[in-house]
Design a protein around this ligand. Structure first.
Ligand code: GUN
Ligand code: ZN
Length: 467
């Protein structure tokens, strides 16, 4: 394990907690430097946590004597498991949870047929609350601790999401979706200027409230008038120095790109459309990027944008095929994380996205090994969101967001694992078989908010603090 300086224990702080087991964490991008220098794997590790942060991590036998305050009851030990940073979902629509798995054909038909009618229902706060509750449960069950999340047009949809996230104390990014044309009246922003006023009000309410972060979200270029895109760009630029994001879709499928070309004939490509409105900058996250021209990759690299690779959705909607070797061209690399894109994606699991990413690569005569894959699922996502000094790794000072993967989630997998040697062989099998029941426990800011074997699997922060 790399040398690092532990955080000093705060004598007046909360009780120390420990998590013990095999551990994997990343410290650099294996697409750009030698893979074996990018991660630390420990066969018996101890993670020491205080007040929501990781204080120390290392081999159990070295660390345990240094923390005599940690009694046996304070350490949770996990056998046949792997402690990893909580997964990061860089692009997902919580509001599409009620229509995941809807039969459809192309992206644009699927949006009209299923997505827009479902999203229209989020004016009703009770409905939004119910969906937010279910969505967060699904994420935490899968070991996802941070997500970059589309709400929809209505203020209620944003409040419902952040309120539930705040109850778990998860670090989440979301915001009001800006959309004022080419969609049903029931979902359209009725007044463009007003839509920006509401977005700014929500931004002021939620950005940096606890662990919540705000994003300015024009859905995609075809559903915003040039006026709305311009005002969205102005809003983003007013707040970018405070870490406010811009989140949208880019270059997902050819029919969408053709539509954008028709709507914005003066721009040379789709990325330039966003750039011309001030929407391409370091806190911009672009979902999909399946069909990208070289000059667009260059623009994304120069601006230091993040890209969300959403293979399950791209396969389901028959979009296009993401090309990681283009994104990661060493002369102008772009930051990439994984996204489920639920409801285009057909499940909430980041490891299952990795299985699909492998197949998307294979269709194009490339592949993706488990080292690169689990980097994308954790630190890669944090880098795409510019949060790599806060989440996505297990090291002193990081927020204690952790998943505990079951290396034997079924009888068959237990048998199959007998024929493996390395941890990466095991991880490759798990991501490829896409097994259910993969995650034993999820810690958020040091609290075990999900525990597969507890009577109440999901618990909010305040409930856990009372125990
Ligand atoms: N492009 C614009 N809106 C959407 C959406 O909701 N899902 C996907 N996959 N692509 C989009
Ligand atoms: Zn999407």
């Amino acid at each position: 394990m790399a040398q690092h300086t532990p955080l000093p224990v705060n004598p007046d702080g909360g009780k120390l907690k420990g998590i013990r087991g095999q551990l994997l964490t990343f410290k650099a991008d294996p697409f750009l430097i030698n893979e074996n220098e990018c991660y630390d794997y420990l066969s018996d590790a101890l993670v020491v946590i205080q007040d929501g942060h990781i204080v120390d991590v290392g081999a159990y036998r070295d660390l345990a004597p240094r923390y005599p305050q940690l009694g046996n009851g304070d350490i949770e030990s996990y056998a046949n498991s792997l402690i990893v940073p909580g997964f990061i979902d860089c692009h997902v629509h919580y509001v599409q949870s009620p229509m995941i798995g809807s039969y459809g054909d192309t992206l644009l038909n699927w949006l009209n047929e299923y997505t827009f009618p479902t999203e229209s229902k989020f004016k009703d706060k009770k409905f939004a609350d119910e969906v937010a509750r279910e969505f967060l449960k699904q994420l935490l069950e899968q070991g996802t601790t941070t997500a970059n999340v589309f709400a929809t047009t209505f203020e209620t949809s944003v409040d419902a999401f952040f309120e539930e996230s705040e109850r778990y104390d998860t670090r989440m990014i979301s915001g009001k979706v800006l959309q004022d044309r080419n969609l049903p009246d029931s979902l359209k922003d009725p007044d463009t200027k007003e839509s920006i006023i509401i977005a700014e009000k929500l931004l002021k309410k939620w950005h940096h409230r606890g662990r919540q972060l705000y994003a300015v979200i024009p859905r995609f270029a075809p559903t915003s008038t040039p006026e709305q895109l311009k005002l969205a760009g102005d809003l983003y630029r007013r707040y970018i120095d405070q870490g406010v994001y811009m989140h949208t879709h880019l270059d997902e499928v050819q029919s969408e790109i053709d539509w954008v070309t028709q709507l914005f004939p003066d721009q040379p490509n789709y990325t330039e459309v966003y750039k011309s409105f001030g929407l391409v900058d370091r806190y911009s996250v672009m979902a999909h990027c399946c069909i990208v021209r070289e000059e667009e990759w260059e623009t994304l690299h120069k601006a230091d944008c993040g890209v969300a690779h959403c293979p399950s959705s791209n396969l389901f909607l028959g979009d296009g095929e993401f090309k990681y070797w283009e994104a990661k061209d060493a002369t102008r690399p772009v930051k990439v994380g994984m996204g489920t894109d639920v409801g285009g994606g057909t499940n909430f699991s980041i490891p299952r996205q990795l299985g699909d990413a492998y197949k998307v690569a294979m269709l194009q005569s490339k592949n993706l090994d488990a080292i690169k894959s689990f980097y994308l699922a954790t630190r890669g996502g944090a880098e795409a969101l510019h949060l790599e000094n806060t989440i996505g790794s297990i090291a002193p000072g990081y927020e204690a967001d952790i998943a505990v993967i079951d290396l034997q989630p079924s009888e068959f997998s237990t048998w199959r694992m007998k024929f493996t040697k390395t941890i990466f062989e095991k991880l490759f099998i798990l991501m490829t078989l896409g097994l259910n029941n993969l995650n034993k426990a999820t810690y958020v800011a040091g609290r075990k908010v999900y525990d597969r074997s507890r009577d109440r699997k999901w618990m909010h922060a305040a409930e856990l603090d009372k125990m």
